[in-house]
Design a protein around this ligand. Structure first.
Ligand SMILES: [Zn+2]
Length: 108
């Protein structure tokens, strides 16, 4: 997948920039308490479903998230929560995710 891929809207890409380490960083204003970029995904049953920018790209490339798995940022420069480059997103189970989280903390 390339930055600016036509499967996603122009307005989606206009809120991102090509960053260091090939990160596709969100530059919009909708950032949640955890530092993640919130984009509107779709309307379902008349309700707006809210999701993260990296969910949009990783679903396209890796498919829907399997049950019990979580999406993790593995950016070359360290986890960049605003990044939506699908090659920086892996699916792993929550145990692996938590273990890696603490490993990173200890390494700092
Ligand atoms: Zn990244």
């Amino acid at each position: 997948m390339q930055f600016g891929d036509s499967r996603l809207s122009k307005s989606f890409w206009s809120k991102h920039k090509l960053d260091a380490n090939d990160c596709w960083s969100y530059i919009g204003t909708k950032i949640d308490w955890d530092g993640r970029a919130v984009v509107y995904l779709e309307k379902r049953n008349g309700n707006k479903m809210v999701g993260y920018n990296y969910r949009k790209t990783s679903d396209l490339i890796h498919g829907p998230l399997p049950k019990g798995m979580t999406r993790s940022h593995v950016c070359p420069g360290g986890a960049n929560k605003l990044c939506c480059n699908p090659s920086h997103i892996i699916y792993e189970d929550t145990h692996a995710n938590t273990a890696r989280y603490w490993e990173t903390k200890r390494g700092k």
